[in-house]
Each structure stands twice: as C-alpha cells, then as structure tokens.
Design a protein around this ligand. Structure first.
Ligand SMILES: NC(=O)c1ccc[n+]([C@@H]2O[C@H](COP(=O)([O-])OP(=O)(O)OC[C@H]3O[C@@H](n4cnc5c(N)ncnc54)[C@H](OP(=O)(O)O)[C@@H]3O)[C@@H](O)[C@H]2O)c1
Length: 328
C-alpha cells in the first residue's frame, strides 16, 4: 500500500533555525549510518523512516560510504524515498564525501575530483536530482581548503546541493572553511560534529565558532551509539550494534561506562523520562545545537527518542547531578 504520512506530523516536533540561515531543522534528525544497508531488513528500515517522518522528523542524513556495503544505504534510502515522493519538498536529505569510497587516488579525502564525482554517484544511487545538504565528511590536511570548499560551492551552483556543510572539522579549521565558503557566496549552513554526555569536545571552542559565525550544528552519536540508553544494561543483546559494528566493539561496552549510564538512568527516571530521552534533551540544552542526529534500528526507538522533547528543561540541580556522575 502506498505510504500516507500522518496528518498530525507537525504537531509535537520542534523546528530550530540552522544558525542564521533560513533553513529550519527538526530538533531530532535520523541518520542512516547503521541499520539501512543492503543486509539489513528492508521492512524495518522503511518502517523506521516512515515512523520518523510521521513524528515530524524532516531531516535524513546519509553519506556515500554508509551501508554496508558502502553506498547501499543511499540505494535503500532512494527506494524508500520513491515511495514518499510526494513529500520530498517536506524533507531535508543530506549526503557526504570525505572517507574512503573507491580505489585509486580519487576516491578518498578532499580533492575537487573526489567530491564532485562522489556527489554524482550519490545522486544516481538515490535516483534524485539534488540533495539538500552536501558535506565534506572530514578535514583533509593535504588538500588546500580553498579547493575542497570550492568543490562544495560548485555543487551548490550546479544545483546538485542546496546547501554546503562540513563535518568533523576542529574549531580553527572550521572557522577558515566557513570564511572561505562565505567569500564564495555559498555559505556553510551547518557543521556536523560528534557530541554526547560522554564526548564533549565541541564545548571547547567549536560551539563558540559556530555561534559567532551563525552556522548551525547537528550533533552525531548523541546516544554514544546506544551506550546512553538502557540497551546494554542486561548484557549485549543479539542484533545490537555492539554485535555487528567495528565502531562499537564489545570491549567498549565496559562496566565503568555502564555504571555511569545506570546512575544517569536513575536521574532520568526521576525526571520522568528514559535515559535515551535524557541524553538527547541534554545535547539540545545549548541553543547553538540545532538538532540531535540519532540512529535507530526500529520505529520504537524513534518513538522513544522523539519523546525527549517532552522534558527538555534542566534545573541547575539536575545539571550538577549529571556533572557529578560524569566526573565520578
Ligand atoms: N559525520 C560523521 O563522521 C558521522 C559519524 C557517525 C555518525 N554520523 C551520523 O550520525 C547518525 C547517528 O549516529 P549513531 O547511530 O551513532 O547515533 P546514536 O543515536 O548515538 O546511536 C544509535 C544507536 O543507539 C541505539 N538506540 C537508539 N535509540 C535507542 C533507544 N531509544 N533505546 C535503546 N537503544 C537505542 C540503537 O542501537 P541498536 O542498533 O543496537 O539498536 C541505534 O542504532 C548516523 O546515522 C550518521 O548519520 C556521522
């Protein structure tokens, strides 16, 4: 049956302005790094995207290398999108290039050659004429920043991307990239760094740069890949990320982390929310953070996570308790 979006999809979600741009993004975005490759269940990934959209999530984040195998998440998403075609103008779709994608000297890092070929490949995998945001996925120390940012500007001028973004750039290089893109007349609309209660590097300068420059911030892995949820409280469940990803290996599900997560969970329950909801509300407490970029392996996880917006205030004593648990 053809997909029909929920009538009330804009009722509960919050939409935040992306820096000083005209673009507003849902406070939660859905990323397709894991769980959307060709080996994952097509039914589950389709249901997860549909549920997200029904709950007001408008932003879907991809990259050339998401899968596995690399590229298959874009193919999967392209298929899902074709079933949602009438809603395309209600959606923000992003992709990226910057990590290894194909053999030889032109399939990695930050050259103009790599970025523009990769974007063409992404568009053909998704079978769409443009993405909303095209990112450089990580800094490349050996390519002049002018060349890399020039490629993003070209993508925007060609109409293959509506906006340019950067990811994983440190404060100083982010500032330089932002200024180059502004001078080229294709401003950087967004930066995509990692951020969670367990990974706070962006508090040390990057948020100041983005705030001062009027650039939005979409934070990835806000749940520390599941460690800031109750997913691993009773061991490592079959099918969980820790059983299948090189990025969250079983040894990273360690007792010290779990102990902190259990303490944070007690605070969350006292606030009337789950640990995942607490962790998401917490990254969104700074108004310079535009949106929290979650992953999900089921519609149920998306539902729970969207519930974070129901309790997003942080009395000083809750913040102090969180700091104490994180330091302890
Ligand atoms: N720019 C970059 O370099 C970069 C790097 C990494 C990620 N990203 C982007 O950020 C997105 C999100 O990253 P992420 O997937 O690491 O984010 P995350 O939200 O920290 O982790 C998502 C994982 O946590 C678990 N989870 C989510 N909600 C849950 C809930 N309510 N209860 C229990 N477990 C829950 C699920 O694990 P299970 O699968 O075990 O169920 C899910 O796959 C990616 O998809 C990608 O778009 C970008």
């Amino acid at each position: 049956m053809a997909y029909q979006a929920a009538e009330n999809r804009y009722q509960e979600m919050k939409y935040n302005r992306c820096g000083k741009s005209g673009l507003r993004l849902s406070a939660l975005s859905l990323g397709l790094w894991h769980n959307f490759g060709s080996k994952d269940s097509a039914a589950a990934s389709t249901a997860t995207v549909h549920r997200a959209f029904d709950l007001g999530i408008t932003h879907f984040d991809l990259a050339n290398n998401y899968g596995p195998p690399p590229g298959s998440a874009e193919e999967r998403f392209g298929k899902i999108l074709r079933g949602m075609g009438r809603y395309r103008d209600e959606m923000i779709v992003s992709t990226k290039a910057g990590y290894y994608m194909w053999k030889g000297p032109y399939g990695d890092l930050g050259s103009r050659k790599y970025l523009l070929s990769s974007l063409d490949q992404s568009l053909s995998r998704m079978k769409i004429p443009y993405v909303d945001i095209f990112y450089h996925h990580r800094p490349d120390p050996d390519t002049p920043l002018e060349e890399t940012m020039g490629a993003l500007a070209t993508a925007v001028r060609q109409g293959k991307a509506l906006y340019a973004g950067i990811s994983n750039y440190k404060p100083e290089e982010a500032g330089r990239a932002i200024r180059i893109l502004r001078d080229l007349g294709t401003p950087c609309v967004i930066h995509q760094p990692s951020y969670s209660m367990y990974n706070r590097w962006i508090e040390d300068g990057l948020l100041d740069v983005l705030g001062n420059e009027g650039v939005g911030c979409i934070v990835f892995s806000p749940l520390a890949q599941g460690m800031l949820t109750d997913r691993y409280f009773k061991g490592i469940p079959a099918g969980s990320r820790a059983t299948k990803s090189q990025f969250l290996t079983k040894d990273k599900v360690d007792e010290a982390r779990l102990d902190k997560s259990r303490k944070l969970n007690e605070l969350a329950l006292a606030r009337g929310q789950t640990l995942a909801q607490l962790a998401l509300a917490w990254v969104l407490r700074d108004s310079r953070v535009t949106t929290a970029l979650i992953g999900a392996s089921s519609p149920r996880q998306v539902e729970e996570n969207v519930g974070a917006l129901k309790r997003a205030d942080f009395p000083a004593e809750d913040l102090a308790r969180i700091e104490a648990i994180l330091k302890g």
